[in-house]
Write a new protein. Structure first.
Ligand SMILES: [Fe+2]
Ligand SMILES: [Fe+2]
Length: 321
């Protein structure tokens, strides 16, 4: 059984016939503008499952991902010119818009909330700037595109996880702005999860290149961002190194991240590795129901969490190729 499946996969890989999706069946998504006016008040440090190190991973992500988003924007802009399908082209424009606003809003959160709570925002920006300037931004465009698709796979996995486990991942002390920021970001990552992959398959479709981007994205998200997370509690509070309370948190946080039932890494590793399948597609995971639930929680005009911060939304036009 396993051998037959493997043979089928290798056969598909060798023939490498790529089936393009029917873009007319895809659900369009808008570019939403938000103004949170972060002030750092009521910010709760251990907002992710009351775990200091695990929450530090989420905040390290907030600092580093703005650089990933800039890379995604630059790469998407470059490759949009090679996309002939008008609907996919429109989706690329919407992806660029969403990522640009993510980056802008996270930078505001980093400056107005994290920096005011002794997070090493400037130092981490210095590190990230150098990694991206002398590393990722020097990659040739095809590799950048595969890295972009790999990054978007991880954000899609995390978004699906967050939407599925919404009731249990946020500490009850979390403030509305921090919670709204992350829920909005997860919702939009899930809305546009297939765009980078579709562009990569359309323009390149090379399996080895796709997997190279996946490993680079894995190294960045699981390795570099995690290393950043480890530094945060120590840089914020050097006494943590000798605090038994903190080391208890480290054990708790590692469990929160890695346990196979509901850990963000531990329970999603199978989903992450699905990317290695030659016939993988992001839409193999149907997240429509979770997205509807999140839209209701965030955008319901009466009770939506984002309503106080939502300013406008814009749907890019579909233009004939
Ligand atoms: Fe994003
Ligand atoms: Fe994204």
């Amino acid at each position: 059984m396993l051998v037959r499946k493997l043979k089928q996969s290798v056969g598909k890989l060798m023939n490498s016939t790529i089936e393009y999706p029917d873009f007319t069946k895809k659900i369009p998504f808008p570019i939403r503008h938000l103004e949170f006016r972060f002030d750092g008040q009521n910010f709760y440090n251990n907002f992710y499952r009351n775990a200091e190190l695990a929450s530090a991973y989420v905040t390290a992500m907030s600092i580093f991902l703005t650089y990933g988003e800039e890379l995604v924007i630059e790469t998407a802009r470059y490759h949009r010119d090679f996309v002939n399908d008008p609907i996919l082209k429109q989706r690329v424009t919407a992806l660029i818009g969403q990522e640009a606003i993510h980056s802008k809003v996270h930078n505001a959160f980093n400056d107005q909330t994290l920096a005011n709570h002794q997070y090493p925002v400037r130092f981490y920006r210095f590190l990230a700037e150098n990694v991206f300037k002398y590393g990722f931004h020097r990659f040739p465009q095809p590799l950048k595109l595969s890295l972009m698709a790999g990054i978007e796979h991880f954000t899609a996995v995390f978004a699906e996880f967050a939407m599925k486990h919404d009731a249990e991942i946020w500490a009850k002390e979390i403030d509305d702005k921090t919670k709204g920021l992350w829920m909005w970001h997860f919702m939009e990552e899930s809305e546009h999860k297939d765009v980078a992959y579709d562009v990569f398959q359309l323009i390149s479709g090379n399996y080895a290149l796709r997997i190279t981007g996946f490993f680079l994205a894995s190294f960045t998200i699981m390795g570099l961002v995690f290393a950043g997370a480890v530094g945060i509690p120590i840089l914020r509070r050097p006494l943590n190194t000798i605090s038994p309370r903190y080391w208890k948190d480290v054990a708790y946080s590692l469990n929160v991240l890695w346990n196979p039932q509901n850990g963000v890494f531990g329970s999603t590793i199978g989903h992450v590795m699905e990317y290695l399948r030659p016939d993988f597609h992001p839409n193999d995971h149907d997240t429509t129901v979770y997205l509807q639930d999140y839209k209701q929680k965030l955008l319901n005009p009466e009770s939506g969490l984002l309503i106080p911060y939502f300013t406008k939304e814009f749907m890019p036009k579909i233009q004939a190729a």
